[in-house]
Design a protein around this ligand. Sequence first.
Ligand SMILES: Nc1nc2c(ncn2[C@@H]2O[C@H](COP(=O)(O)OP(=O)(O)OP(=O)(O)O)[C@@H](O)[C@H]2O)c(=O)[nH]1
Length: 305
Amino acid sequence: MIENSDFFKTVLDSLPEQIVVLDRQGEIVFCNQYWNTFAEQNGSEITDWVGLNYLDVCNTSGRNGDKMGQDVSKGIYSVLHGEEPTFYYEYPCHSPTEKRWFMLRVVMFHFQNADFLLLTHHNITERKRSEDLARSLSRTDALTQIANRRYFNTFLKTEWRRCRRSQTPFTLAMVDIDHFKLLNDTYGHQKGDDVLVEFSAVLSDFCRRPGDLCARYGGEEFALIWTDIEHTEAVKLAEELLIQIERLQIVNEHSPTKPILTTSIGLVSLHPQGMNELEILAKADELLYEAKQQGRNRLVAHKLN
Ligand SMILES: Nc1nc2c(ncn2[C@@H]2O[C@H](COP(=O)(O)OP(=O)(O)OP(=O)(O)O)[C@@H](O)[C@H]2O)c(=O)[nH]1
């Protein structure tokens, strides 16, 4: 029996996961070697964990407003009271040099007429990184590295609702490069791609706050969202954008508008109420069409309320 328990302890010590076992009162009755090593590497001065009360620590930090402490206490009690067979909890635990995430798993087991809780902390950093990368790729336009249309649609919906709730102004601008087909036809598709990248970088500079977004809406059409700024300020920004695009001095020698790259903008601002975000999109498109009709290289802006 002693040999067996030594064997199983060695097995648990060899696992690269932090493992602790608690009794029903939350007191640590066992921790594996990796638990000690991890605690030591992260600056803990505790050398003997057995006898400390894990639940007390979670409860105290929870009472002090720590959300993780509150969530973990709640989860442990749900297993302890038989409400859930297992509790899973993903949490960040970053070191000064590395972003790390862990998953805590709590299950109950019975041994010699007593209940115990088995807590394992598993490093899920690789999985989190892959998920972050996949999320970011699914939101990004491959050529220009700005948001794609799918993410634009999500962002539009979210920010529209937020502005409606907080009664703050919302601006949507549709931006379309003028005579881009001529640029492609004259200098080749590769040059066209390079221009789209350069153009997008300028748009990005105009969307730096958290409620802003610039997205590639389609081929050479882009969409900008600015929130929490009034119409007059949005108009100033859009006019400045037209200037910055001209300043790039990208040659489009056959363009009947000007022999350099220019753009047209349809802009609409309002305090969201009554209309929905799709109507705003249609309105901005309509204004962009007007800008094209009026001769391109211009802004047509409208304040709706
Ligand atoms: N190089 C490149 N060209 C693209 C890409 N996506 C769309 N285009 C081109 O963009 C051009 C858009 O042409 P049009 O819709 O006629 O518009 P335009 O020539 O800009 O004319 P106006 O918008 O009316 O000023 C087409 O020639 C498309 O092939 C891309 O990813 N790379």
